[in-house]
Design a protein around this ligand. Structure first.
Ligand code: AMP
Ligand code: GLY
Length: 423
């Protein structure tokens, strides 16, 4: 089978690594990919949001299935584009249609969905410039800290958590009146603050049935001890030690089942991954957010723990036969540590040569922001490499990742030394 993966990060490199292990793969393509995916399959230098270019490549290379990595092609409607095109409509796309992608593309849509289906989440209201004064009143009715969320996609920067009421009011005004996050903040969701520990659960659904993938916890802040600016994610571990069977049963009964049933009740056709960001408050799970894709770097620990053939899993997803599939999970823990460019998530330099990759033993190196230049591997992004290891528990796995990181070098390389510190 010929499969195309859309995207260029560590998540897509991990998909490529796992798909390439299947005997059912004939040709694997990654668009645009990175230096890591180039070693596994064929990179195609196109933008996943240029649907015409995607179509051309799909037809030219006789692609039989498309796996969408990031959210923006989904929010922009790539799945709908395939369904509406006579030459593409029979080629399965793993990733939901535009309407369903609103679960990630609109905070208000996601909150309304959760309320409608009685899925536990923080209390909220949403406001526009016209209802700014009501927004102030709602803030006054809440206790500090205050959670303000731009309704639309804001590259992970649209959530503000503020300690002071006056500051919260000023920020609300900035978001609504002065478009602090552009069009993403023409509407703002204000939420009650939840105090707890976060983790993520991942579900693959064919619209009728679902399988629950390994859970994970990621470390979003740039600094040790979860301080400093938010990043895409600096590391991850799977499974999450505090998610015991009792808690996971609550997650499935109160959150996963009502979510999948909710899609059916709302006539939302959903084929693909559902990433549910959870928070555990007094041993009860609540939903912080939905994403309509896999997480990054969570994928780098979740996928390596799946023993089943990923091509089989996607074929079952496309064919609405996930109920027939027996998902096999590796008992070992997996951890990943992200190596980033100095300065990230603010400005950073690129095109630094990476050395030492050939010396890595007993870890998997997933490329994120890299390019190949003749025989050199160069940095090309903020998040550069994810170093994944297995262990009997996350501590053993982390030790292995950190031991291998010692062997890798590039100018201004940086990483967190405390992944898992809070567990
Ligand atoms: P989101 O983009 O909705 O996932 O929010 C980004 C981050 O803000 C989350 O991962 C949480 O750490 C934090 N957050 C969001 N909503 C809340 C809330 N209601 N209470 C506490 N923290 C929150
Ligand atoms: N690591 C968080 C995300 O992928 O959104």
């Amino acid at each position: 089978m010929n499969i195309l993966i859309l995207g260029s990060g560590g998540r897509e490199c991990t998909f490529a690594w796992k798909l390439a292990q299947s005997s059912k793969i004939k040709n694997l393509y990654i668009a645009p990919g990175n230096a890591g995916t180039a070693k596994i399959g064929h990179n195609i230098a196109i933008d996943p949001n240029d649907f015409k270019a995607v179509k051309k490549e799909v037809l030219n290379n006789n692609i039989q299935m498309v796996i969408v990595g990031p959210e923006d092609p989904l929010v922009n409607g790539i799945h709908d584009y395939f369904l509406e095109d006579n030459e593409l409509k029979n080629i399965p796309v793993i990733g939901p249609q535009k309407h369903a992608a609103l679960l990630e593309g609109s905070k208000e849509f996601a909150k309304e969905f959760m309320y409608r289906h009685n899925i536990p989440t923080a209390k909220y209201e949403s406001f526009t410039q016209e209802t700014l004064e009501n927004g102030f009143k709602f803030l006054e009715s809440l206790d500090a800290p205050y959670v303000l969320k731009a309704n639309g996609l804001a590259a992970g920067k649209g959530v503000l958590i503020l300690k002071d009421l006056q500051e919260a009011k000023e920020e609300l005004k900035e978001m609504l009146t002065n478009k602090k996050f552009g069009d993403a903040s023409t509407k703002v969701v204000i939420e009650e603050f939840l105090d707890g520990i976060e983790m993520s659960t991942f579900v693959l659904t064919d619209g009728e049935n679902y399988v629950i993938l390994p859970n994970a916890k990621d470390y979003k802040r740039i600094g040790e001890g979860d301080k400093g600016l938010n990043t895409g994610g600096m590391g991850a571990i799977s499974p999450v030690p505090f998610a015991d069977n009792d808690f996971l049963t609550k997650v499935e009964e109160r959150i996963i089942k009502p979510t999948i049933d909710g899609f059916k009740k709302d006539n939302i056709s959903y084929v693909g991954f559902v990433f549910i960001g959870l928070i555990k408050v007094n041993n009860e799970p609540l939903v912080i957010e939905y994403n309509v894709r896999m997480g990054d770097p969570e994928t780098e620990v979740v996928i390596p723990r799946i023993k089943s053939d990923l091509v089989d899993l996607f074929i079952a997803t496309a064919g609405k036969k996930l109920d027939k599939l027996n998902l096999e999970i590796d008992d070992r823990a997996a951890t990943t540590v992200m190596l980033v460019s100095g300065g990230y998530p603010e400005s950073y330099e690129k095109e630094k040569q990476i050395t030492g990759l050939e010396n890595i033993e007993n870890s998997i190196v997933f490329h994120a922001g890299t390019t190949q230049n003749e025989n050199k591997v160069l940095t090309s992004g903020g998040r550069v490499l994810a170093i994944t290891s297995y262990g009997k528990d996350f501590r053993e796995a982390l030790k292995q990742s950190y031991a291998n990181i010692e062997k890798i070098k590039f100018d201004k390389m940086s990483y967190r030394t405390d992944i898992g510190f809070d567990l």
